[in-house]
Write a protein that binds this ligand. Structure first.
Ligand SMILES: Nc1nc2c(ncn2[C@@H]2O[C@H](COP(=O)(O)OP(=O)(O)OP(=O)(O)O)[C@@H](O)[C@H]2O)c(=O)[nH]1
Ligand SMILES: [Mg+2]
Length: 316
């Protein structure tokens, strides 16, 4: 069967009816944003980090409004997890949204090739900025901003590793909302003398639509329970099939691609040996039956996707 004939069997649109994404704008985000605004005067350039798998959606409009008074570089990070076959189209779209300076990076590899290009770009942007007048030995301060979990703190640690040969200065973690303390100033280079301000991930107080919420949750920028793991797993399956990315079939040992999430999750749960006991009424009394643990399977499916085990992704 050719891949396009296989794809015809699948949903061509996801039915969002009845789905909701719970609002998530905790106090540390509001506080963070107002502190960031106040500190702007000391900042020479803003590095906005975003996830390369959602290059267009999910950026916070408030950043653009309030922080755009400073030179700006958009860093699309986690490129190791992204399908960048439509890179030119992405660059054009962002150009139309007034993104003048853009670069891609991955801070998961110790080669740091892509991270190495960032500082020279920043220097280029600064030297072409009309307001920028600095002596050679003056400190340069960059503020790293972005939504949660895109790799802001990882990027800072990568710079330190690269330029100072020093270990982690700011904690990173797989869940969104790791950096909470506002504006930690971290030295990343001696010559030139460069400091980076790490900031907490900040979302829009209201996520504009359910689809954006699903995309943000899939890349781990918001917590799963705001959408619901089972809905999210269904959305992931829809996206994989829609893009004819059938790596999951081999990864989980399925016979063929499938558009029914419960069947896929049931198979994953059985392969993992995960079942749960459920009380059922048999008509003559309650009996305990063993069912596949769909919840555990959904979490595994999401985890595998986020780690790149199901292939590179592009959600926009
Ligand atoms: N695959 C991959 N993972 C990355 C990359 N950069 C960061 N990560 C991982 O993404 C997760 C989040 O990284 P952080 O640096 O804590 O992200 P953050 O933007 O500072 O997150 P908050 O502080 O929660 O806003 C961690 O598990 C990192 O190891 C990358 O380029 N590729
Ligand atoms: Mg952080």
């Amino acid at each position: 069967m050719t891949s396009s004939r296989v794809a015809n069997k699948f949903r061509t649109a996801f039915n969002y009816k009845g789905y909701e994404v719970t609002r998530w704008f905790p106090g540390h985000m509001a506080k963070g944003l107002s502190r960031m605004r106040r500190q702007l005067r000391q900042v020479d350039c803003v590095l906005e980090v975003h996830d390369a798998r959602i290059p267009i959606s999910g950026r916070t409009p408030r950043f653009q409004e309030t922080l755009s008074v400073r030179p700006h570089l958009l860093v699309l990070n986690k490129m190791d997890l992204a399908d960048l076959s439509r890179k030119n189209e992405i660059e054009e779209k962002l150009g139309r949204q007034n993104v003048e300076h853009l670069t891609f990076s991955s801070c998961n590899s110790f080669k740091d090739q892509d991270v190495k290009q960032i500082m020279p770009k920043v220097m280029e942007i600064l030297s072409s900025s009309p307001e920028y007048h600095k002596e050679e030995d003056e400190d340069i301060t960059l503020m790293v901003i972005g939504i949660p979990n895109v790799g802001k703190s990882s990027l800072i640690n990568a710079f330190r590793r690269m330029y100072l040969k020093k270990g982690k200065a700011t904690p990173v973690g797989k869940d969104p909302g790791i950096t909470r303390s506002v504006l930690t100033k971290i030295r990343v280079s001696d010559r030139p003398s460069i400091f980076l301000l790490d900031t907490p991930g900040v979302l829009s107080p209201n996520i504009p639509d359910v689809e954006t919420g699903f995309k943000l949750a899939l890349v781990g920028a918001i917590k799963d329970h705001l959408v619901g793991e089972d809905f999210l797993a269904d959305y992931l399956l829809f996206r994989l099939n829609r893009h004819e990315n059938f790596r999951y079939v081999e990864h989980y040992g399925l016979r063929e691609p499938c558009d029914q999430v419960m069947r896929v999750l049931g198979h994953i749960a059985v392969t993992m040996g995960k079942s749960r006991k459920v009380r059922m009424d048999s008509g003559t009394g309650a009996v305990i039956v063993h069912q596949p643990n769909f919840q555990v399977a959904a979490l595994q499916f999401l985890r595998d996707f986020r780690q790149g085990a199901l292939g590179p992704a592009m959600l926009d």
